[in-house]
Structures are given as structure tokens and as C-alpha cells.
Design a protein around this ligand. Sequence first.
Ligand code: AMP
Ligand code: MG
Length: 424
Amino acid sequence: MKERRFTKTKDLLMNASESKNTMLTFEAAVTTLLNAVNCKLSAEITPLDCCLGRILTEDIHSPLQIPSYHNSAMDGYAVKFADLHCHRLFRVVGHSLAGHPYRQPVPAGCCVRIMTGAELPAGLDTVVMQEDVQLQSDGSIEFKSKVSAGAHVRLAGSEIEKGTLVLSAGQRLGPLHLGLAATLGFARLPVFRKLKVGVLSTGDELVKPGESLSDGQLYDSNRFVLAAMLKRLDLELVDYGWVADDPVQLKTLFQKVAAEADALITSGGVSVGDSDYTKQVLAELGQVDFWKVAIKPGKPFAFGKLNDCWFFGLPGNPVSAIVTLDQLAQPALRKLAGEKVMQRPLFEAVASHTFRKKPGRLDFQRAVVEQGDGRLTVRPVGKDSSGMLTSLIDANCFAVLEAERSDVAAGDLVAVQFFSELLN
Ligand code: AMP
Ligand code: MG
């Protein structure tokens, strides 16, 4: 097979490459990632029932007004408001039901029995609830209480005017967006092709779950967590399995992935250990920089390109791998997939216990947030090793402790970020 040539993309990572020996702040790392990547995916016109989780390629303007006709919000009687001053008893001349409008003229002093959602007959402007009506023995009706003009009428176009921008390019389509598209009559929508993302674990010590462990080995858990997190982003996932700390094998595999996928997520091998060959191999193959990001957990992080394939090298420790995928790679992957990237909200909570913290790095501490008496309270889970996956399982949020901060005392305010759908 012909070996693919890898070219270096100049200036891709200016900020990052300048910081070879310095720590990159979290904000600078995210900004660099987001500035570097762009969505190049083609559009696919997709049936509405296959659009859940997909990302719109273009703005959608309403082809209709909603409601498309004046209709009743109640079961009752439709009248002309001005008639109420001249008549006491009204004759019921017909029925307007949902799907079966009453299209005859309605003479003065007459009304139409109308059901919720049914079209308001021409010339009528007000609906009186059936509870507010006195039925007479001759079939005519009297209105028991004061009626206000235009009551219980949903005017055409009162929710959406024709031509309004209803869905924007870059919107990830959830159930409500699909409902709205259906309301407007769209059977299909233009969405981006799914971003094809590979996942790969590196490390001689790793064993596939189901096989037996020898001394010094451990099961490869990262690939399963990371793949499951990526599935929540509705990407096309390719599992490249596991590769040993061996430069020849790494090179062969990276070349294969670069030819097949839009992005590759690896875990392990990005720090400076004796068997961390990723750096050496990537230096031969593409433009990938190795960052020290001032976050805890997850300091080492690699980012760059192998031909047209984006490369995200996460650290091997499970919590570090998960946090760097969630906090650093996730926004970039969303942008690559075509999504408009939103900043994640932080909430203010009161620390109910002490948080241990050394100044220097932005700390994503695993924590439990609870509804206290009128305000949120937060406590650390009590395990902060980057190797302990259980510390994340016990948590429901990150207590986001600013880089310069030291220990947090009980009673202090702490910024809290609830786990995203990737971790739940
Ligand atoms: P590394 O970043 O390659 O130095 O890996 C750091 C540590 O993370 C290793 O010693 C392992 O204990 C752990 N680790 C690396 N890869 C995995 C994985 N795929 N699943 C679980 N733990 C891992
Ligand atoms: Mg390793």
C-alpha cells in the first residue's frame, strides 16, 4: 500500500506552540482549539424522524404563519362581539369542529358552536366558554357573564409569522425542534454528515475486558468511557481498539486512521514517560503540539492534525482523560460537527465542607451539589486522584476552583458546573 504523505499545516497552533515550556491557561487552550477547527462536512437532506441529535446546516424560516387560521382556545360558542350589545339570546346556526370548519355566513344575533382548535367562522371574533352560557329550552343561548372582546381566540400568526427565523444553522436538533419542524410541514431537514471520530487506547499495560490479567496489567476502561461520551454527541464512532507502546505499530495505525476519520481521540502516551512514543511518532507524521494545560486533572494534552484528521491526545489516567475530553476536546468536536458552541453555565453554591486546593491550576474537583435551604450547597467527593474513576461516579458536578485559589473553607462560595449529558 502506498504510504500517505503528511504535510505540516503552518501556523495552526501559534499560541500553543509558543508555550512549549509554559503552562497554557484553560481559556487559552479552549480558544486555540476553537480557532483552529472548522466544520467541513457536507449536508445530507434527512427525513425528520432520523434528525434527532443531528445539526442543521442552514437557517430555517417559517413557510407558514402559526396558527395558520384564527381558531378557538376553548369549547364554547363563537360570536361577533359587537352583537352582544344588541342581542340577549343567540340562535346557534351551526358547528365548527377541528378539521370541519363552518363556512356559511353567520347572521346578526346568531352564534356557532365551536370546539377547541376549530376554525373561527368568518365575521366572528370572540369565543364564550360553554361554562358561561345558559342553554334555553328553544335551543338558543344566553351569555351568563360579561364577555371580553376577542376572548379565547388564537389569532392566525400570533405564535409565528410567515418568514420568521425559527431554527438557526448550527442548532443541534432535540425533540422540541423536530416538533417545530413538523408543525411547519417539513418532512426533511438539511443536516451535516456525522463527524467520523476514531477512539484508540495506547499502553503496553492494557488488557481488553473479558480477558485475563497478568501482573502489572489493567483493563482498558478509557476506550469504553470515551466512546460512550462521544456517542452522546451523535458522532459516527470508529473503535480502533488498543495499540502497544510501540512506535512502528503506532505509526501504522495513525496512518490508517488519518486516511479514514475526521478526528482521532487517543488516551495515554502524551506525557513524558519512557514509553510515551506518541510524541515521537506524531512528530514524523503530522503537526501535533503537546500542551501543558494549567488544569487539574489532565495537564498533558496533545492537539493537531494528521493530514485532514484532527488529533486529540488525552492523558491516560481515567479521570484526566474524561475531564480533558469533556472540557477541552468537546467544544472543538462540537464545532467540527457543525454545531454552534455555547459556553457551559456555572452556578454559585456554598461549600458545605473544606475543599483542598493548591494555587496554580484551574481545578475541576469532583463534587456533589445539592439543593440546600434556599441555595445550592456543594461538597467534595473526598477522592481527588486522577486515576480514580469512582470519584466521578460519586459526583454530580465539577466544583470549578479558580487557578489562583487555595483551600476553600466551609461557607465560601464555589462555582459549580453540573455534569453535561456526556457524563450522565
Ligand atoms: P499514560 O498517560 O500513558 O502515562 O497513562 C497513565 C496511566 O493511566 C497508566 O499508568 C494507566 O494506569 C492509566 N491508563 C492509561 N490508559 C488507560 C486506559 N485505556 N484505561 C484505563 N487506564 C489507563
Ligand atoms: Mg501509557
